[in-house]
Design a protein around this ligand. Structure first.
Ligand SMILES: C[S@@+](CC[C@H](N)C(=O)[O-])C[C@H]1O[C@@H](n2cnc3c(N)ncnc32)[C@H](O)[C@@H]1O
Length: 348
C-alpha cells in the first residue's frame, strides 16, 4: 500500500514482476488479470458471460444451424421433464448451476409447477445482473414462482443452496460441467456430493457427440463475436484497455481420446495473437506483451466442452459418490441427461 493506493504484484509469462495499481478492482477482476498473465494465458470461462455476452450466447445457441446441443437438450427435457421432477419431493427447491437465460430450465419449472403451484428457483451464475433480469421475467410469467438468484461461483451456489432445509433438485445443464478442467471434475463432483442429502438429485446434461467435422463447425467462427469481440470489449471496459479484437484470431480444435479410456474427448478454443503486440490496461497501470501466435485459452484446464460416452460418465460419477438413477438420450443418441443420486460412499 503506497500513498493510499492498493497494489498487487503479478509475475508474467517471462517471470517479470509488475506492481499493479488495484484501487477499485474487485477480487473477481483481479483473478481475471492473474489468469491472463499466468504462464498459460487464459480467461475464466464466466468472464465471457457479461450481460451482453450472455444475451449473444442465448441467441446463438437457440438459433444456430450448426450448434445443436441446446436443441438436443431441449428435446430431452421436453420429453422427460415430468420423470425428472418425479425424482424429488413436491416441496423441493430447484437450483440451476450456470443458469444463464434458463431457457431450457423453463421446462423443468413448468413440470414442477404442474405438481405444486408454488416453487422456489435458485439460479446460480456469475452473470449476476443477467440472471436477476431473467429471474424477474420468469416471476412475471409464472405466478407462484419465487426466484432467488445467487450471483457467484458454482460451488458457492451449491453451498448456499445446501444450507436450505427443503430437498433440492440441482440442474447442471448445457454441457457446462464439461468446461471444468479435467483434473478438477472428480473433485468438483465429490464436493457437490458432500453437500447433498439422500433426497436430493443432481441432473447433469452432457454432450456425447464425437464427430470431429460437426464439432469444428459447431464451435467455429460463428462464436468469434462472443468469444473474441465481446470478450475483448469487456477487457477494455473493465480495465480501460486498448486491446484490438482485429489483432486476435479465434481458433478451435478437437482432441480425440480413446473411447475405452476414462478421459473424454474435448474441444480446445483459443485466441491467438496476430503478430507481436503490447496491450495496455490503464486502470491497472499494466502492459502485457504478446508474441506472434501466442494464445489465450478459455479455461484454466486443457479442455472446454468435453464429449463423453456413457461408460466414462458412469465411472466418473461412481468414483465421486453418485449412482446413475436414470438417464435420457435424444433420438440421435448424441446428448444425454443423467439424474444422479448420492450413494452412501463417503466421497471426501
Ligand atoms: C454454457 S452457459 C449455459 C447456460 C444454460 N445453463 C444453458 O444450458 O443454456 C454457461 C453459464 O455458466 C456461467 N458460468 C461459467 N462459469 C461459471 C462459474 N465458475 N461459476 C458460476 N457460473 C459460471 C456462465 O456465466 C453462463 O451463464
Amino acid at each position: 500500500m503506497m500513498n493510499g493506493q492498493t497494489s498487487d504484484v503479478i509475475t508474467d509469462v517471462s517471470n517479470d514482476e509488475y506492481v499493479i495499481n488495484r484501487d477499485d478492482v474487485s477480487d473477481e477482476l483481479m483473478s481475471v488479470i492473474k489468469s491472463l498473465t499466468s504462464s498459460r494465458r487464459y480467461v475464466p470461462q464466466w468472464y465471457v458471460y457479461d450481460t451482453r455476452g450472455s444475451e449473444m450466447c442465448e441467441e446463438l445457441i437457440q438459433n444456430s444451424k450448426t450448434y445443436n446441443s441446446w436443441q438436443h437438450e431441449f428435446n430431452i427435457l421436453q420429453g422427460h421433464a415430468d420423470e425428472i421432477v418425479a425424482k424429488v419431493s413436491f416441496s423441493a427447491v430447484l437450483v440451476d448451476l450456470g443458469s444463464g437465460g434458463s431457457s431450457k430450465t423453463r421446462l423443468v419449472i413448468e413440470a414442477m409447477r404442474k405438481r405444486r403451484g408454488r416453487l422456489t428457483f435458485v439460479p446460480v451464475d456469475m452473470a449476476k445482473e443477467f440472471i436477476e433480469s431473467c429471474g424477474r421475467q420468469l416471476e412475471r410469467e409464472y405466478p407462484g414462482l419465487t426466484v432467488e438468484p445467487f450471483g457467484g461461483l458454482y460451488m458457492d451456489g451449491v453451498r448456499h443452496a445446501a444450507a436450505r432445509e427443503e430437498a433440492k433438485l440441482f440442474l447442471f445443464l448445457g454441457n457446462s460441467f464439461s468446461n471444468i478442467p479435467l483434473s478438477e471434475q472428480g473433485k468438483m463432483l465429490q464436493e457437490i456430493r458432500a453437500n447433498l442429502k439422500a433426497a436430493d438429485r443432481f441432473v447433469l446434461g452432457l454432450d456425447m457427440n464425437t464427430d470431429r467435422e460437426t464439432l469444428l463447425q459447431a464451435y467455429g467462427k460463428q462464436w468469434a463475436p462472443i468469444w473474441r469481440d465481446n470478450l475483448i470489449n469487456r477487457f477494455n471496459k473493465d480495465f480501460v484497455g486498448d486491446m484490438d479484437a482485429e489483432k486476435f484470431e479465434y481458433n478451435v480444435d478437437f482432441v480425440e481420446n480413446p473411447a475405452d479410456g476414462d478421459t473424454p474427448s474435448y474441444v480446445v478454443k483459443h485466441l491467438s495473437s496476430s503478430g507481436k503486440q503490447r496491450v495496455h490496461f490503464e486502470t491497472l497501470g499494466l502492459d502485457i506483451d504478446f508474441e506472434d501466435g501466442e494464445k489465450i485459452y478459455f479455461y484454466e484446464g486443457p479442455n472446454t466442452s468435453c464429449k463423453w460416452n456413457p461408460g466414462q460418465v458412469r465411472r466418473l460419477v461412481e468414483k465421486s459418490g453418485f449412482a446413475v438413477d436414470a438417464y435420457w438420450t435424444n433420438d440421435e443418441d448424441n446428448y444425454c441427461v443423467f439424474c444422479l443420486k448420492p450413494t452412501d460412499f463417503p466421497p471426501v
